[in-house]
Design a protein around this ligand. Structure first.
Ligand code: PEP
Length: 249
């Protein structure tokens, strides 16, 4: 069965709640699609108003992060149950900005992935190499390590529902996109890794996005690749261009 595309915006630390509601209204008609799942991953404080603002549309809401503990004395953190109760469907886990600035490692990310799944959220699990790693020729070794570590004790049935985002760090927010060949090669490498860890059916089901300076001009070529099932989009998700990315064909 063909995999359904999934195109997710990562708003990062942008948009106050009132700006967020305005953006949802501006994008509402532009992001309509029968062919792709459309997700806005928004800052925690925007979740409640955005869930309300997208009611009755084709847009689902995602969070940009969560904590793995059930509840308790974790000042400033947000639990999976809180996200679920607020109407969130997806949660980005392991974005390179969180790995880098907030020192999130694969042991922590594995706990987050498992907790998100347990709570009924769909993780968008991010992986990707630095420019130095690409130049050293260890891209696929690094990404396989990330995937294998982040999915410890996650079952095949759970992986089938997962979204993995391949995001080369050197392409995020830089305007430098990976070439179509580079993006396809790594997304295929991730699918092969899942096949080795689980089985062919699981590998065929898991959706793998490309992220890194996706825009209205390059989305069609990237998303046409056999192993690229859509995109995780930062900068371009905050403007009307996001509608063109969703309707890339
Ligand atoms: C991202 O934030 O995940 C991302 C890919 O950003 P950008 O599209 O701006 O490169």
């Amino acid at each position: 069965m063909a995999r359904r595309k999934i195109i997710a915006g990562n708003w990062k630390m942008n948009m106050t709640p009132s700006e967020a509601v305005k953006l949802c209204a501006e994008l509402k008609d532009l992001v309509k699609s029968d062919e792709a799942d459309v997700v806005y991953c928004v800052p925690a404080i925007d979740i409640v108003p955005v869930v309300e603002a997208v009611k009755g549309t084709n847009v689902e809401v995602g969070a940009e992060n969560m904590y793995f503990e059930e509840k308790g004395a974790y000042t400033g953190e947000i639990s999976a149950a809180m996200l679920k109760d607020a109407g969130v469907k997806y949660v980005i886990i392991g974005h390179s900005e969180r790995r880098d600035y907030f020192k999130e490692d694969d042991v922590l990310l594995n706990k987050k992935v498992k907790k998100a799944i347990e709570a009924g959220l769909t993780p968008i699990l991010c992986c990707g190499e630095s420019l130095e790693q690409r130049e050293m020729g260890v891209t696929m070794d690094w990404i396989r390590l990330q995937i294998k570590s982040d999915l410890v004790d996650v079952t095949a049935d759970q992986v089938k529902e997962l979204v993995i985002a391949y995001e080369p760090i050197w392409a995020i927010g830089t305007g430098k996109t990976a070439t179509t060949e580079q993006a396809q090669e790594v997304c295929k490498g991730i699918r092969d890794c899942i096949a080795e860890m689980y089985d062919d059916a699981t590998a065929a089901a898991v959706r793998i996005q490309y992220g890194g300076s996706v825009n209205a001009g390059n989305a069609a070529e990237l998303f046409a690749q056999p192993d690229i099932d859509g995109g995780l989009v930062g900068g371009a998700s905050l403007k009307a261009d996001f509608g063109k990315i969703v309707n890339y064909k």
